[in-house]
Design a protein around this ligand. Structure first.
Ligand SMILES: NC(=O)c1ccc[n+]([C@@H]2O[C@H](COP(=O)([O-])OP(=O)(O)OC[C@H]3O[C@@H](n4cnc5c(N)ncnc54)[C@H](O)[C@@H]3O)[C@@H](O)[C@H]2O)c1
Length: 406
């Protein structure tokens, strides 16, 4: 049997690991990205994003001639679309932006041939796979025996190369045959189970997974507000409640960040605002938690001003959207630091996972505690939970918004 060619459109955190994995699993892979720096870097056998083990996969695939990157789509047997799906800012309910997906579909329309598989992996509002097929047809593609399916990605950044292989996958085709053929393709490189459904269910499944996480975090965040007001330590409360055999409350924090959980629930709300009440409320609760943290810090800053008689300084401890990563996308901690600074507060930040920031003054923890009047723990990085550090944080009266436990 001849080697199948896979064209992966979008070589970011999802597309590049997928392309590299396929290239080391017997496929010839042509990757496409609009970003010339990404294309050039990959063709040198290097990577332009941070992800453990990815560099070795890409290097060996490129050296073996199995992976090559291009600026424009190339002829293939299988097309995989892994482009961003952000939302449009503004408005009461943020609306999904599927422009990148539609542009990617238009980009491959002239190449798609009968017998091809076209797979959408980008997290998308329900109906996007169908919309993609209409776009392909409008652009002149003959879809008579082209098989379109949706297969959402569930990987955790930092463990992508393992989870791409081990996670169970959900595949939903626009036809039962598309579902079967695309599922069989995934079974050639995924060790997890490949579960078959239709396109709309697969699209909703991904949105449901992230909304479920958001709703559960919102519960923990709401408990943290109620407990603070009542003078109860919410982390201890959650430990105790979780000893109930059927209770598992998540951990509260400074909000919810990242480009998945903080974004995808809006795709459900935007489509059916009347019925998506809980999901919308969860988004609002999690966003409100960030505003509440800002208010708490301001109260502490006012008290410091009264105490010392001079302009106080706040140290924001952690900027990333979750512990032990360098990703600041949609990060509540970053939002808090920037908002305080914008409002005229004197802010320094500690973020062990990045070396500089173009808007914030970064210092190390020792210095931050020495020069600040208020310290706010915003992200539970491993550097902050070491026992000797916790002692110092406790002695400085740091405000714990992320459960370091000082
Ligand atoms: N990163 C994750 O952890 C993760 C997890 C699950 C799902 N997802 C979803 O996967 C999708 C991709 O996310 P990502 O993190 O890889 O995004 P990313 O921003 O890291 O990468 C997307 C890439 O697509 C390129 N691109 C955009 N339009 C293009 C086009 N028309 N042709 C070719 N290239 C194009 C961009 O230049 C970029 O390099 C999103 O829908 C995201 O929500 C991401």
């Amino acid at each position: 049997m001849s080697t199948k060619v896979v064209c992966v459109v979008g070589l970011g955190y999802i597309g590049l690991p997928t392309a590299a994995l396929l290239a080391t699993n017997g496929y010839q892979v042509v990757g496409v990205d609009l970003n010339p720096h990404a294309v050039a870097t990959i063709n040198q056998g290097q990577i332009h994003i941070v992800e453990p083990d990815l560099d070795a996969y890409v290097r060996s695939a490129v050296v073996a001639g199995k992976l090559k990157a291009y600026a424009t789509p190339q002829q293939a047997d299988i097309y995989m679309i892994c482009v961003p799906t952000p939302f449009h800012e503004g408005g009461d309910i943020p609306q999904p932006n599927i422009d990148f997906v539609l542009a990617a579909a238009r980009g491959i329309a002239h190449l798609v041939k009968p017998g091809n598989l076209v797979i959408l992996e980008s997290t998308s509002p329900v109906g996007t796979t169908q919309r993609m097929s209409e776009i392909l047809q409008e652009a002149g593609a003959d879809l008579s025996s082209v098989h379109l399916a949706y297969c959402p990605e569930r990987v955790l950044p930092g463990k992508i190369m393992t989870e791409l292989v081990e996670n169970d996958r959900v595949v939903g085709g626009l036809t039962p045959e598309a579902t079967r053929l695309v599922s069989n393709f995934y079974r050639t490189f995924v060790r997890g189970e490949v579960l078959e459904t239709d396109a709309q269910t697969a699209e909703m499944c991904k949105l449901a997974e992230n909304s479920y996480r958001d709703v559960n975090i919102a519960f923990a965040n709401e408990m943290s507000l109620l407990c603070t007001k009542a003078g109860i330590n919410v982390w201890r409360l959650i430990q105790l409640a979780n000893r109930h055999p059927r209770v598992n409350i998540l951990q509260p924090g400074a909000g919810v960040g990242g480009h998945c959980i903080a974004v995808d629930p809006w795709f459900i709300v935007a489509r059916d605002p009347k019925n998506a009440r809980l999901i919308r409320t969860a988004r609002e609760v999690n966003n409100f938690k960030t505003e509440w943290v800002i208010d708490q810090i301001k109260i502490a800053m006012d008290a410091a001003l009264t105490r010392t008689g001079r302009k106080p300084r706040v140290a924001c401890l952690g900027l990333a959207f979750k512990p032990d990563i360098d990703d600041l996308r949609e990060s509540p901690a970053l939002h808090i630091a920037l908002r305080l600074q914008m409002q005229g507060y004197d802010v320094v930040a500690v973020e062990p996972n990045i070396s500089s920031h173009n808007e914030l003054s970064l210092v190390d923890l020792e210095e931050a505690l020495a020069i600040s009047d208020v310290a706010a723990l915003l992200v539970k990085h491993k550097q902050f939970v070491e026992p000797s550090v916790k002692e110092k944080l406790h002695a400085s009266g740091a405000m714990d918004f992320c459960g370091v436990g000082i």
